[in-house]
Design a protein around this ligand. Structure first.
Ligand code: UDP
Length: 488
């Protein structure tokens, strides 16, 4: 049974995702999920991002409960090229901080929409730290959506509070993250907090301050996956939080999955026909999310490693034919014909991961990808780059025990890349994850168990379904209090 929200007018929640696919995709899923429980939802975005969202929700049964509103993103005033409204259209890494700064210019439009739409609650992206103050002006509770795991949020907190990286004297010496359950070991150059990369650290401080002033946090995760960390976050760190994921599982329909994010660059029949000819668990799916852009030299190492492994693969590369083919070793595509499929552009990731031929996922450990892999029941090759991805790697490899690390040593901002991973490491890791030995079978078995638990969590009466009902019920009673005292 859904939470009771329709006694008077339905509860109205406004969702405000950051303009990057890794942020928009889960928040649109979330809006669909709330809408499926009878909540009126509004998704706020900028004009050039609206069509992606519209395409996704059009396929949803709940679309009549979802409304899209747009506010102007003054990209040119911010110092960005005209039409640059999404993280993946930023033409060069130097413009990344300008994009973030530009996002602050959305404040006026956001406040106008608050006044027009008058929602009962706003769920806004972690990067929109200023929405805490804006919503407070209107007496509207703000809930933060990080798009992180509980594990990463706890790890950030413990690293920030206890600075365990100060206890080592070299970059290769590992330390245990103080107080974080599970004896998690890291090295200091895997932490942006130690590397002290200016804008990132500033951003983290702001995130934390704004989270403390917000009403709570919704988490794209499920309790069974990271019990210790969900408990630590709520009971020790003391935040109000609800786990309502894996959000990707709200897309039951084939068509809904197909239009998640961007339109796929490959015809459905092509990849499906290709995978249908492969044995179960025999193909590695290689993708590094919507943002990571490896340089050509790096891509060549991946190509050589995949080829040398002799294993089958689907590899998503953010390139089109017109970018030139310097990144491809000569004659590569001819040699791998039948063994490897390259998707240039955007892949229908969730649909591909769910195909039984997929036996592993080589990922940068973005949390959406990680959780989508968990839900699909595949083991991982972990290749973190930046953000909170090194923490996610630890969760997958050391806690869930479903991954093998390629061994990236250094956290890197967008403008740089750790290019220490060479083709022979790629080869070795791919062979290891797809092996038929006991260790690989054990990882496979665990991955399938996590997948079962993920699906159970979102089923009626499962842990995520119940927490979704709980947050709706709490917001509903909160609006009554707000209305009685006319705070709004
Ligand atoms: N994604 C996709 N096709 C692609 C690349 C990415 O569907 O070709 C989706 C993926 O399923 C995930 C999101 O984009 O939902 C990427 O989010 P993640 O947190 O993994 O990484 P980010 O892109 O934010 O670094």
């Amino acid at each position: 049974m859904g939470a009771e929200t329709t006694k008077h007018s339905p509860l109205h929640i406004m969702f405000f995702p950051f303009m990057g696919h890794g942020h928009m995709i889960p928040m649109v899923d979330m809006a669909k999920l709330f809408a499926s429980k009878g909540v009126k939802t509004t998704i706020l975005t900028t004009p050039l991002n609206a069509p992606f969202i519209l395409k996704t929700i059009e396929k949803s049964k709940t679309h009549s409960n979802i409304n899209i509103q747009t506010i102007k993103f003054p990209s040119v005033e911010a110092g960005l090229p005209d039409g640059c409204e999404n993280f993946d259209s930023i033409p060069s890494p130097e413009l990344v901080p300008i994009f973030f700064k530009g996002a602050e210019l959305l404040k006026e439009g956001f406040e106008q929409q608050l006044s027009l739409q008058n929602p009962d609650c706003v769920v806004s992206d972690m990067f929109f730290t200023w929405t805490t103050d804006s919503t407070a002006k209107f007496g509207i509770p703000r809930i933060v959506f990080y798009g992180f795991s509980f594990f990463s949020m706890c790890a950030y907190e413990c690293v920030t509070l206890y600075k365990p990286y100060e206890n080592v004297s070299s970059d290769s010496e590992s330390f245990v993250i103080t107080n974080l359950p599970g004896e998690i070991k890291m090295t200091r150059i895997q932490l942006v907090e130690y590397l002290n990369i200016g804008v990132w650290v500033e951003r983290l401080i702001k995130l934390r301050e704004s989270e403390e002033k917000s009403y709570g946090v919704v988490v794209n995760s499920f309790y069974e996956l990271e019990k210790d960390y969900a408990d630590y976050y709520r009971k020790v760190i003391g935040r109000r939080a609800w786990h309502i994921g894996p959000l990707s599982l709200c897309n039951n329909d084939k068509e809904e999955k197909k239009y998640r994010g961007k339109e796929a660059s490959i015809d459905e029949h092509e990849w499906q026909k290709w995978l249908d000819t492969k044995e179960a668990n025999s193909v590695v799916y290689v993708s590094f999310g919507s943002v990571v852009n490896f340089p050509d030299s790096h891509l060549r190492e991946i190509a050589l490693g995949l080829e040398a492994s002799g294993q089958q693969f689907i590899w998503v590369v953010k390139k089109s034919k017109k970018d030139g083919e310097e990144w491809l070793p000569e004659g590569f595509e001819k040699r791998i014909e039948g063994k490897g499929l390259i998707i240039r552009g955007w892949a229908p990731q969730v649909s591909i991961l769910e195909h039984e031929a997929i036996g592993a996922f080589m990922t940068h450990c973005g949390w959406n990808s990680t959780l989508e892999g968990v839900a699909a029941g595949v083991p991982f090759i972990t290749w973190p780059v930046s953000a909170e991805q090194f923490y996610n790697e630890k969760l997958v490899v050391d806690v869930l025990k479903t991954g093998v690390s390629v061994g990236v040593k250094r956290w890197c901002p967008f403008a740089e890349m750790d290019d220490s991973i060479k083709w022979d490491t790629v080869e070795k890791t791919v062979r290891k994850i797809l092996a038929k030995d006991e260790e690989a079978e054990e990882r496979r078995k665990k991955a399938k168990e996590w997948s079962k638990l993920a699906r159970k969590a979102v089923d009626e009466g499962g842990s995520s379904d119940l927490d979704l009902d709980a947050v709706i019920a709490e917001l509903d009673s909160l609006r009554r209090v707000i209305n009685i005292y006319s705070i709004k």
